[in-house]
Design a protein. Sequence first.
Lengths: 610, 610
Amino acid sequence: MSFRYAYNTRDIKFILKEWLPMDEVLSFERYRDYFSKEDLDTIVDQVRKVAEEVIAPTAEDGENIGALWEGGQVRIPPSFAKAHRFVQDQGWGASNFDVENPGGLPFSVFGLIWEMMAAANPALMPYIGNAGAVAHVVQLFSSPELKGRFLPHLLSGKWGGTMCLTEPTSGSDVGDLLSKAYPTDDAGIYKIKGQKIFITVGDRDDVENIVHLFLARVEGAAPGTKGLSLFLLPKYWIGEDGSLSDNDVQCIGIEHKMGLKGQATAQLVVGENNNCRAWLIGAPPDENGIGQGIRQMFNMMNEARLDTGRMATAVAANAYWNAKDYGKERVQGRLLSAPRSGRVAINKHEDVKRMYLLNKATTEACRALLARCYYYEDVREFAPDKERRKWAQDRLDMLTPLCKAYPSDEVWGLVAESLQAYGGYGYCEDYPAANAARDCKIWSIWEGTNFIQALDLIGRKWMQGKGALFAATLKEIEDFITAAKESAASLTGELGQLEKALKAYQGIQMMIAGYARSGKLGLMAVYARRILTATAQLYCGYLLLEQALIAQKQIELLGPEHYDYTFYLGKIISARYYLNNAVPNVWHVAELVKIGDTSVLDAPVEIFDY
Amino acid sequence: MSFRYAYNTRDIKFILKEWLPMDEVLSFERYRDYFSKEDLDTIVDQVRKVAEEVIAPTAEDGENIGALWEGGQVRIPPSFAKAHRFVQDQGWGASNFDVENPGGLPFSVFGLIWEMMAAANPALMPYIGNAGAVAHVVQLFSSPELKGRFLPHLLSGKWGGTMCLTEPTSGSDVGDLLSKAYPTDDAGIYKIKGQKIFITVGDRDDVENIVHLFLARVEGAAPGTKGLSLFLLPKYWIGEDGSLSDNDVQCIGIEHKMGLKGQATAQLVVGENNNCRAWLIGAPPDENGIGQGIRQMFNMMNEARLDTGRMATAVAANAYWNAKDYGKERVQGRLLSAPRSGRVAINKHEDVKRMYLLNKATTEACRALLARCYYYEDVREFAPDKERRKWAQDRLDMLTPLCKAYPSDEVWGLVAESLQAYGGYGYCEDYPAANAARDCKIWSIWEGTNFIQALDLIGRKWMQGKGALFAATLKEIEDFITAAKESAASLTGELGQLEKALKAYQGIQMMIAGYARSGKLGLMAVYARRILTATAQLYCGYLLLEQALIAQKQIELLGPEHYDYTFYLGKIISARYYLNNAVPNVWHVAELVKIGDTSVLDAPVEIFDY
């Protein structure tokens, strides 16, 4: 036994029923005839049950059997195929990406139930979700003909999907990729030649076909990202009658990874026999050689960035909840504050509680950040008012790099503390912490490394709309502080920390602007990742305090005998811990930025040989 | 190919020949006829060669074959046995622990060459070193008769050794262990009954016998650690004629660990058939039931704590040097500061250089801290002057918890950054970073968890000698600052950071004293681990600056054309990075301590269910 599902749904229900403005979301035309607030508990409970009973049992097959590459074909564990089918059939998979037909779950709900499912087996999730993400791109950007050809199969999960960006010689610099597309006599159909690596679920044996969203450059198009086009490149060619035939797509191997072993990470070679065809999405490159590919791909990419943060949050939370369950049973040592009271369960030790609370507060912070974005997705997509949709899109733009990078940076340290809380058993694969540690490390790298996210934040999002959009995000925090001052009560000190952090953060922005003006652009890069972390801590401090104020009211209302008292008390304690231990890092980073240390920039690369 | 040895010896030679007072060490009677400063380069180069050519090739067998448990017996990879024998025969293994016969390497040298060997295969090292550590305890505490029986075999590495503390029901609280010892008619010989877990190299098939340093309680002795006694418990009983026979020691299994797979972590049951005997070390429990065991065991334990920090440093450094080699070859992206200059090798990117420099500076900091302690070991053991020996022992006492915990805390984050610097390949087992990450996590747990180290620091070391000893450590830093002010030149700003950190640190001590006085002992526990980190950063900041001042002089002397210029420049840049990015954490921790957040203490354990 190594994997164990230990998720608790209470915070998720709190977010949906007490924190997010779900009344607004459920009033949208798309949802109002299908869902009411009363349904939310049931949905969450159902998914919790499926996560534990259907998905979690597959996790060990991922570890023990893994995805195998045999005879040019990936074989996935049979239990993965079954769980994939089950989730698709429930309507919690690809079909939920169908924004043209009503009945799908709100993004706000979908995002949170996916966290619960991801915690049960993170390796499984892209098998389920990627087809939906491809379908969404098809819906947004392609012709009715292509929609008809692809959508039914993608949305049902009968076909799988991938996103193909990275190549052996270009990863972060996707604009340098070498895959080429050549027009054919059939309009919209191109011959493709190229090689892709690190393709998540890039091959599998449980679906009829796989649709690769494939980035390539049409011959003669402009260099760099702007010259790229996006193609629907199926593993098997789809005839007019729907028949499938070979399309010269070869899977030449999969990676041997530290974790996520059930998740095939494929190397693909396409067109080696000059016989690989694909459908162009949208228009061909214009007269200046500018393609539409990167913008189209970013639609899927942004979704994948939220998904990455969600998986990191899920794995950290499940590791933490396992650790705290272990701590109830394991008797060891005496309390520092009461050494004569005899041996106690380790969950009572101060430093063990510190490790739990660090995990609890940080995972709640990440969940809040992500959930706020799921809500923006609902508004962006379905709010009746155009201005409101734009408002939500702007906020989503600002927060997406935080959603991807902050949880995926934190999870490494969080899981380490959950592991530490087991003592020596944490290092043994019989307990789930070691597995979680091995699984989580890729998320700081893929879908744009966390440095890319940090540059996106500082280099683009700070500047978007001449800085007005990011300023609006900070103004939101300022307004919250002003409004909360009278009702903060026992959380007044914490509100003060948030205020101090906000000022310090504005100082960071001014210092970076100053460095940029004086040509010290390198300092921006040197501090970028730390500034991203500080940004997330500031924003999450605000969110956790907002939640804690709700909890404070509930506590006053319900009193200490109520069964929900402990949950609300926990929300307040999470906020106190986070504001007094994580948020102060914002002014610490401000101090570091102020120092403006240039040692990294001054270092000739030769010093690293020593 | 996953493992690759990439060690550079220059910093080690700098430490031995330019920084540590090796003239003093080599003047000690034990060493003066055997070593001169001129020999040091040769020794380091020889060991570097053996590490690469003899030890490193065994690393992959550890991963691929691993230690196996078959038929009640551990089998280690054959290449491990060969490398073990080779190192023992070179005199770089157990024999170096023989403090009674001259010719052994100085601790200062031994510690640093062990770092080089540990980097080549950390899983192998306890097979080699533990016998020596057991021998050292025998030398210090046991009768001439036992010395005669055990020492020759332990020091030659013909027999292995272990330390047996942990049991299924007691780990950190070793005083609660259940193993029992019963006197027999033979004076000094006891029958033992008990079970031990997590015994590193607790069984193996490449040595004639294994000597377990076994903690147990003589029947009727006092409860707690003070009632414990220490035994030499051999796997095979040793007859008067030296013949070996069964001693009722069973290895009932080994752990399935996240890493260090070649290193058997054994579960032992002794005396199940009432037929396990062992020799008591020193005297039996006195009339109050007080045994000598824990004090004796701590001799080995303190050595093991330095060793733990050394392995963490070694693995971090080797991962970093691999990453920077990869970065030379991998071309990807353009420089933020010069986007039009075309694609560059990734080792030129600002954030990649930041990851390297974080690793370089921090591993040099850890190495300096450890090396300072190796030097104190030499003085403590062999200085002619008793006062001087006491002086060194006191300093070693203060620094040991830092040596164990700081490198083993940092290595997790350091290896993560080395891994990140590969991009997606870092997550693949074909490159060495993933393996390093899996290996390193145990070191924050074993030999006393890092929280235990932090309590040792704050609860004991701060108070030792009524606080005079720790104050002397801080005074040393203060004196350094005063003396360096005139010669700091380009490092004046960094010296200022050290001064600021020292003041902040004294503030931390006062605040914790205040909390203790007002009965808030729990706050000490809550902040303990962060204070330990701050302590190490303060002390290492001092050491790196001391080294940088030497480097500064050399640079002035040699000029930029000299082949060693880059090394010295790197030492200065390391210090600048560390003082401006790591050391500021000291005053950050001071601020956190000042906040005095009690959320952890206020949290009822029930909140962690949510």
